[in-house]
Design a protein around this ligand. Structure first.
Ligand SMILES: Cc1cc2nc3c(=O)[nH]c(=O)nc-3n(C[C@H](O)[C@H](O)[C@H](O)COP(=O)(O)OP(=O)(O)OC[C@H]3O[C@@H](n4cnc5c(N)ncnc54)[C@H](O)[C@@H]3O)c2cc1C
Length: 432
């Protein structure tokens, strides 16, 4: 039977172990969820208030959630495909998100240099590329929109793509600069190991409820209780499980596979191109990477499964990954896959993040669709600024963003989501 095994985490090696949080504890700040958002929030708060007691609590091992399980694109220029750039409000909103994403990439660059984090960071940017001529108009729209927005982007024709990628699968692409590619589990590990000393980390400690108590908040744990003056909740897809945003945020389960390193002969066949990252103009088309350590990553599924992906389903998704690999590189098939895993992201209907003080002293931050590497890093930092009353133009920017749109309550929502995703999957079939 296949195991759900994140290749990035396996290859990143041992991560430091932290205890479970037990008994009664008091803190200035408790952060629930230690992905990119929680890590960034903890760092910022710790830097601004070095005397504060900060508890960073995760339900699982820290660094094993979506933040380690993603495709490793530190996105600077989100696809303009779904933005309503023809309205003044849509354009302003895209530009705000773009400023945030660039700031997130910059912040990661700064931290990686400052703490010498080894995470295979490469300033490679990304290419939105299509195989199917029916998606070419989307790409032409992308490049026109990028140029209008002042993003450094260019159209790439089939022969150029073949030279750059080593496959003739893609027929048209749009390259945009500013973002980077990274080994996400190594990045999370480095961020975790460089937190300020007043951040205490706890893992395997699922927070069960958060309730107003006295002058702050009480967090109940399986074997303890935390009384904190302020709380930041950064649990991404599972906000609803803690009683937040159940009519604004829903989970999307993604699966990915990573191959073994390419052989010398395979490298010769594709002319040893430098690392690359491909995104699809269709939201459920394949994300592909040639990594710094010369493996190929593929992520070509996305589905609404609130109860997660079983191992049987994961084995079926792996077949889809193998098909996607073979279509692009005839020498790769199922036997070339070393690791296959699933992960869950938080989605909102209008792609807007959650960022707010939900009640005095209780802050929520997360839900970035599939752009949480850079966005989680910057928004986590900004949510701590908000808790401490710090001001900045970026914080003002975030506060102007629209909130996530309402979705129907469950179970009404389930068939709607399934049908919508089924239609998008069908439209993306030729790009998987
Ligand atoms: C396969 C895949 C590919 C992706 N590709 C990309 C990509 O290339 N680029 C990109 O930018 N983004 C990508 N994403 C999305 C990205 O990973 C997320 O946006 C990002 O991880 C969000 O960070 P976060 O800290 O907000 O949430 P998460 O990383 O989800 O962290 C939330 C944490 O909260 C913890 N938690 C949950 N409930 C509780 C509780 N009750 N108590 C305590 N802790 C709790 C979880 O264990 C988890 O560690 C991808 C995601 C997946 C799954």
């Amino acid at each position: 039977m296949i195991a759900d095994c994140c290749g990035w985490s396996e290859l990143a090696g041992e991560t430091r172990k932290f205890p479970e949080l037990r008994q009664r504890q008091t803190a200035d700040l408790a952060i629930v969820g230690a992905g990119f958002t929680g890590l960034a929030a903890a760092r910022r708060y710790g830097e601004l208030k070095p005397e504060a007691r900060i508890l960073l609590i995760d339900a699982k091992r820290i660094g094993q959630g979506a933040s380690a399980r993603n495709s490793g694109f530190a996105v600077a220029n989100e696809s303009p495909g779904h933005s309503r750039l023809h309205t003044i409000e849509g354009l302003a909103s895209y530009q705000t998100m773009n400023r945030l994403d660039h700031a997130g990439v910059e912040e990661l660059r700064r931290l990686i240099a400052l703490h010498n984090i080894q995470c295979q960071w490469e300033d490679t940017g990304s290419i939105h590329a299509a195989h199917d001529p029916r998606n070419f108009d989307k790409l032409r729209h992308h490049v026109a929109a990028f140029k209008k927005l002042g993003v450094d982007a260019q159209l790439l024709e089939a022969d150029v793509l073949q030279g750059r990628l080593g496959t003739s699968f893609y027929k048209l692409g749009v390259e945009s600069r500013g973002g980077a590619l990274v080994q996400p589990a190594m990045l999370v590990k480095g961020l975790l190991e460089s937190l300020p000393p007043n951040v205490e980390c706890y893992e395997n400690t699922p927070v069960q409820s958060i309730e107003h108590a006295g002058k702050g908040w009480a967090l109940s744990l399986p074997n303890g209780l935390v009384q904190a003056t302020q709380v930041i909740v950064s649990v991404n897809a599972v906000f609803p499980r803690l009683g937040f945003k159940s009519m604004r945020v829903f989970p999307l389960a993604l699966t990915a596979s990573l191959t073994r390193p390419l052989t010398e002969q395979e490298e010769a066949e594709i002319n040893q191109p430098p690392s690359w990252g491909i995104l699809s103009p269709r939201s459920l088309g394949a994300t592909m990477r040639l990594t710094k350590d010369r493996r190929i990553l593929i992520r070509n599924t996305g589905e609404y499964r609130p109860s997660g992906i079983s191992l049987k389903m994961l084995a079926e998704r792996r077949k889809l990954h193998a098909d996607g690999l073979t279509k692009r590189f005839s020498f790769l098939n199922d036997s070339a896959i070393d690791y296959t895993w699933s992960g869950t992201i938080g989605i909102s209907r209008n792609s807007k993040p959650v960022f707010e003080e939900a009640a005095p002293g209780l802050f929520l931050c997360g839900c970035y669709n599939a752009s949480g590497v850079s966005r989680g890093t910057i928004m986590g930092r900004l949510i701590s600024d908000l808790t401490l009353g710090a001001s900045s133009s970026l914080l003002d920017d975030v506060l102007t963003l629209k909130k996530p749109n309402l979705i129907p309550p469950r179970p009404l929502f389930d068939p709607v989501a399934k049908v919508k995703l089924h239609l998008e999957r069908s439209a993306a079939l030729t790009e998987r």
